[in-house]
Design a binder for this molecule. Structure first.
Ligand SMILES: Cc1cc2nc3c(=O)[nH]c(=O)nc-3n(C[C@H](O)[C@H](O)[C@H](O)COP(=O)(O)OP(=O)(O)OC[C@H]3O[C@@H](n4cnc5c(N)ncnc54)[C@H](O)[C@@H]3O)c2cc1C
Length: 395
């Protein structure tokens, strides 16, 4: 029997598991193959919906899903302590869980995402508001509902590990502006985005559109701002160069890190991300190669965006290649860095027709001209509500 283990039941892991369940259904039924997926949590959060949720344009029912309803019944799902991976041993093809179980595999898919560490910025935990996690987004939604005006500093605190969805901070800034202006009818506010990068978006065409839009709306952006400290008492953010930004309300994208278990198992790079071949997505660390070990999604150290769309494209490749090998075929697919990074730039209402943009690119091709109209906005919103179909590997 071939055992395929998927560690992490988030966007990438769920798609791999469900695709394998379909591609290998007959082998699973005959008892020749077993597909298992493990995760600490049995709740899936649709993170792309978080910025919309904070400004009241998305509801909780569309944001979280019970993974049991998303996973094909032929896949074995372990969660809680049984699914909490505490050690990965690539040499011996084993992993261990917090409950004490040790499991062997023939194929391993690492889909463990990334974690946040706001404690890396001095003082940040004293004034930590973010839309990057569900719990904090919930808090932020209530705080903003009471917001009466002032300077909002939107701080991207670190890019050492690239942040999830590089366009999310711009998307959120535009949605926030639309919310404060068109829903709350405020005029006495200012949004300032501060980032350590020298752009809002690494794709030049996308960046141009964003900068123009920000200027039109009066959203200020400050580049090369490396945060040193948050002084919550005086409501000041200080940079490493000694610049200061005074705020009335601070919203922060926290520093990201690779998952603890990757770091502690000694299988990651110094930031805890998994090194893989950029086309096959199989494990490569210097001379160490494991062709039966794959990684998908945010956990890889590839220079591609950390986005659900990327995890999706990677999952298609990994599921195809594992199934192909198990079934004795020789055709293998490659990943070419396919990325879609959509954003919505205003809340849709009778007075403001929201617009959506769908930039996309690959390893070899910069962001192409992309659509920006209200049909894209409606399409994206529809897509956001059909996310379970994507996770089930049906789209
Ligand atoms: C605010 C925001 C907006 C975004 N907007 C978009 C967007 O518009 N479009 C887009 O494409 N992407 C967007 N993204 C990014 C997208 O959500 C992620 O890139 C995507 O979910 C990554 O999938 P993944 O499978 O790599 O990781 P995840 O979906 O994070 O899954 C990782 C899983 O691993 C589990 N795990 C971690 N450690 C362990 C362990 N030790 N043991 C067991 N399980 C473990 C976690 O519980 C989690 O379920 C956004 C993200 C954010 C935060």
């Amino acid at each position: 029997m071939k055992r395929i283990a998927i560690l992490g039941a988030g966007t990438g892991g769920l798609i791999v598991a469900n695709l394998l369940a379909r591609k290998l259904r007959h082998e699973i039924a005959k008892g020749n193959v077993e597909v298992s997926i493990v995760d600490i949590s049995k709740i899936y959060t649709f993170e792309a919906g978080l910025p919309l949720y904070v400004v009241g344009a998305f509801n909780e029912e569309s944001l979280t899903y019970n993974k049991i309803n998303l996973i094909d019944p032929v896949v074995k799902f372990y969660h809680g302590e049984h699914g909490h991976v505490v050690k990965i041993d690539l040499k011996n093809r084993q992993f261990a869980t917090a409950k004490g179980g040790v499991y062997n595999y023939d194929y391993l898919v690492l889909a463990l995402g990334v974690s946040y560490d706001p404690s890396l910025v001095k003082g940040l935990l004293d004034d930590y508001n973010t839309y990057y996690s569900y719990d904090k987004a919930k808090e932020l939604r209530s705080i903003l509902a009471e917001f009466k005006g002032g300077v909002v500093v939107h701080l991207i605190s670190s890019l050492e590990v690239p942040i999830k969805c590089p366009i999310a901070p711009s998307k959120f800034s535009l949605l926030l502006d639309s919310y404060l202006r068109n829903v709350k009818l405020l005029r006495n506010y200012k949004i300032i985005v501060a980032t350590p990068a020298d752009h809002l978006h690494a794709q030049p065409e996308v960046n141009k559109v964003l900068e123009e839009r920000f200027k039109d709306l009066g959203i200020e952006f400050i580049y090369n701002f490396e945060v040193d400290e948050v002084d919550s008492k005086n409501k000041i953010v200080k940079s490493t160069k000694g610049d200061t930004l005074k705020y009335d309300f601070l919203i922060t994208v926290p520093p990201h890190r690779g998952p603890k278990v990757v770091h502690e198992s000694g299988i990651g790079d110094p930031l805890g991300l998994v090194p893989v071949d950029r086309h096959t997505l199989t494990y490569r660390k210097g001379r160490e190669r494991y062709d039966e070990v794959y990684a998908v999604g945010d956990v890889t150290n590839l220079g591609v965006a950390k986005a659900g769309s990327v995890a999706h494209y990677e999952a298609l490749v990994v599921a195809h290649n594992i199934a192909s090998e198990v079934l004795g075929f020789s055709d293998k697919w490659n990943f070419f860095g396919e990325t879609i990074c959509p954003y919505l730039e205003a809340i849709y209402s009778p007075s403001s027709k929201g617009r959506g943009w769908m930039p996309w690119w690959t390893y070899g091709m910069l962001g192409r001209p992309f659509v920006g109209n209200r049909w894209a906005w409606l399409l994206l919103r529809m897509y956001y509500h059909t996310i379970p179909l994507t996770l089930k590997g049906l789209i």
